[in-house]
Write a new protein. Structure first.
Length: 73
């Protein structure tokens, strides 16, 4: 519910993944997009923020923006 999202906005947000993302870190089937209420920083939408998410961030650190938060539907 949007009231839950608002009440927890310091820790949670809306995350999304696209099977077309480089490396497909969320492990989605071809042509699939997933949208999920999840912890901020959960780059692969597995419900946890851990070393895997950090590795995704680190692999893209200081790179040109090619999809991080810039989607057009």
């Amino acid at each position: 519910m949007s009231t839950s999202a608002q009440a927890n906005s310091a820790s949670y947000g809306i995350g999304y993944a696209d099977a077309a993302d480089p490396g497909n870190p969320a492990g989605l089937a071809s042509g699939q997009i997933e949208i999920m209420y999840t912890l901020l920083g959960d780059a692969n939408l597995d419900g946890a923020v851990n070393g895997t998410d950090f590795a995704i961030l680190a692999a893209n650190f200081n790179q040109a923006v090619s999809g991080w938060g810039r989607r057009r539907f």
